[in-house]
Design a protein around this ligand. Structure first.
Ligand code: PPS
Length: 214
């Protein structure tokens, strides 16, 4: 009864109509919003797009880096033993002969990483393996002093097995002084090992001490 009285009042009827119109428009906009969000979720978002772009540039950069590494390897391995040049490395099978390494200092015969030694029978296991890129660099270009014979296996490993050393040389230079270029040129030399990123020992990490620096 009360409702019919309110509804029959022209003022209340006007308010009720406005309320209904507002409710309808609210519901319609909610529905539209819902549809839009559904569609947006299946569309590539700006975040996704930017990550794809970043991914593209990252892979391009990776390609460039590996190309550069390959070129360096080609240069390095040119003039080395036949069959061990970079070009033929992919399809060449390495024999155990190439896995031997004579230590110039001690005259001892050492073995490259990955090369198996039968310690019981005291002989090399003549296995054939596909050389990896790292293997070639490792086997051909590292000087004996960078190779460490590991105890029981007779394998060689790069510096690392407890051979932390302080640097023998430092490149010090002002910003934009071309220090990076100098480092990269030096790094090409087989007897030189260099840190990847600038360690910033003296200006940022000095308090960490020499143990950190090694
Ligand atoms: N040989 C030679 N001649 C002239 N200019 C050279 C040389 N080698 C490196 N460069 C330029 O040096 C700039 C980089 O220097 P750094 O490696 O010291 O840069 S950094 O401060 O460590 O970021 C960098 O300059 P910008 O390209 O202007 O940044 C290099 O192009």
């Amino acid at each position: 009864m009360a409702f019919s009285r309110v509804y029959s009042d022209p003022l209340s009827r006007g308010i009720f109509k406005k309320f209904m119109v507002m409710l309808c428009s609210l519901l319609t906009s909610l529905y539209l919003l819902h549809c839009l969000t559904d569609r947006c979720s299946s569309m590539p978002t700006p975040v996704k797009a930017s990550s794809q772009v970043v991914g593209f540039f990252a892979s391009e950069l990776q390609d460039l880096r590996s190309l550069r590494r390959k070129r360096l390897l080609q240069k390095w391995t040119a003039g080395s033993k036949p069959g061990l040049s970079y070009e033929s490395a992919d399809d060449a099978k390495r024999t155990s002969e190439y896995s031997r390494f004579d230590d110039a200092d001690t005259g001892q015969v050492l073995y490259e990483p990955g090369h198996q030694v039968d310690s019981e029978n005291n002989r090399e296991l003549s296995h054939y393996m596909q050389p990896s890129l790292g293997d070639i660099v490792y086997s051909k270009r590292l000087a004996p002093r960078f190779l460490v014979k590991t105890g029981s296996t007779g394998k060689l490993s790069p510096l690392g097995d407890g051979t932390k050393k302080l640097p023998q040389a430092m490149i010090i230079g002002v910003k934009k002084g071309g220090t990076r270029a100098l480092l990269e040129f030096l790094r090409v030399h087989p007897d030189i090992r260099a840190v990847g990123a600038e360690p910033h020992f003296f200006d940022r990490n000095y308090e960490n001490g020499l143990e950190w620096y090694r």
